[in-house]
Ligand binder design. Structure first.
Ligand code: 13P
Length: 260
């Protein structure tokens, strides 16, 4: 059975001191409450990745980047390359978040290039996909999910043991307080897993973690994690407060041993 990932996407929040403080609090929480089947993951902004990694070094928590350049190296001012993340021992990276697609006009083709750069460095991509409200209302959810998966993963194969995480984040649920119902989320996740099964193979589809993102909070995480194909959360706002993060981790730990 797949473990659960409680992933905090901090977006452009927290300064250096706040990042360290949260990481120290998380480290001491995990000393007592770490569960072997629940993975804590945090994605701070680039400049604080090293300090977060260092503070969490003695814990099982993972530190992820929020993005990566599609280029390998060189004259690309402001960009950060996959090899640079790897040199900090960063092993996970979010790609294709809807905010990147919306504000930076990232295409599936560009996201695919980023996936390739990450895999060259042995970094696990956390690929974000999801529809807008207009697309859902127009009945385009399934088609959009499939076209984002096809676009980002075109021509890519997954070797045995190589990892990929997919986060389904309906754009209308991000930062709005409106969460997809457990049924809506499970339907999308089942579709994604069925697509992965066809595109790769059933065993690969079964081992890939599918995270739900969009207004996940302590009050709704249990219901979401109870769904068969939801293997964790990619959490924005509610991951910024240590009390909420701990509460969500504890809920996941309570469910981790059950047949979700
Ligand atoms: P919120 O949890 O703030 O809705 O953000 C979700 C998200 O975009 C995580 O990547």
């Amino acid at each position: 059975m797949r473990s659960i990932i409680i992933a905090g996407n901090w977006k452009m929040n927290k300064d250096a001191g706040q990042t360290s403080e949260f990481c120290r609090q998380l480290a001491s929480f995990l000393k007592e409450h770490s569960h072997p089947r629940v993975t804590a993951l945090l994605a701070p902004v680039y400049p604080f990745l090293a300090q977060a990694r260092e503070i969490l070094e003695s814990t099982p928590a993972l530190v992820a980047a929020q993005d990566v350049s599609a280029r390998e190296q060189g004259a690309f001012t402001g960009e950060v390359a996959a090899f640079q993340l790897a040199s900090l021992n960063i092993r996970h990276c979010i790609v294709g978040h809807s905010e990147r697609r919306q504000y930076h006009l990232e295409s599936d083709a560009l996201i695919r290039e980023k996936l390739i750069r990450l895999r060259e460095q042995g970094i696990t991509p956390i690929l974000c996909i999801g529809e807008t409200l207009a697309q859902r209302e127009a009945g385009e959810t399934e088609g959009l999910i499939v076209s984002q998966l096809e676009g980002a993963l075109q021509g890519l194969e997954l070797d045995a043991g190589e990892d990929l995480v997919i986060a389904y984040e309906p754009v209308w649920a991000i930062g709005t307080g409106v969460t997809a119902t457990a049924q809506q989320a499970q339907e999308a996740h089942a579709l994604i897993r069925a697509w992965l099964s066809q595109r790769f193979n059933p065993a690969t589809a079964q081992r890939i973690h599918l995270l739900y993102g969009g207004s996940v909070k302590p009050g709704n995480i249990a219901e979401l994690l109870s769904c068969a194909d939801i293997d964790g959360g990619l959490i924005g706002g509610a991951s910024l407060k240590i009390e909420d993060y701990q509460a969500m981790y504890a809920t996941a730990a309570g469910l981790a041993g059950t047949a979700r």
